[in-house]
Design a protein around this ligand. Sequence first.
Ligand code: ADP
Ligand code: MG
Length: 153
Amino acid sequence: VQPLIVRVADEAAMLMWAAQLAAVLKQGAVVYLHGNLGMGKTTLSRGVLHALGHQGAVKSPTYTLVEPYELAEVQAYHFDLYRLADPEELEFMGIRDYFDAQSLCLVEWPEKGAGILPRPDLEICLSRWQDGRELEVSATSERGVQMLNALSA
Ligand code: ADP
Ligand code: MG
């Protein structure tokens, strides 16, 4: 399946696309968010969490590594592994408890958890495009393919 390329001119457009993404995320979906600092990983996560009913702020959980969100229809976890020194630390955090069949997991800096982090269903690479951003969305599981197809439809 070909990756989906999405170009968003500004933050508002990104948040609107995040709502479309939220609508196709299945229970237990794992989404890796790749991209340098400032590329919009947290903004995209905020858009998804708001679309799923969260009303407060969403900040990168850089120091705590993970922030839980108990939403109306789903339990979500937002990870930022930027400060993770060693993937093994994820074992001490009890990573298996987060990645269960029901929970939605959004992961910034998944590279830092390589080898320990469960595999994703979708991988989104964010980069600069004009004054906005380009998002390259790839499906990396059978369920990811279904989500990507629903997004493209
Ligand atoms: P990251 O989590 O990848 O480090 P952030 O989501 O914290 O990045 O946001 C980076 C900055 O880019 C913020 O100032 C935000 O307003 C801006 N931004 C986010 N999305 C877009 C977009 N689609 N176009 C332009 N600027 C954006
Ligand atoms: Mg961030």
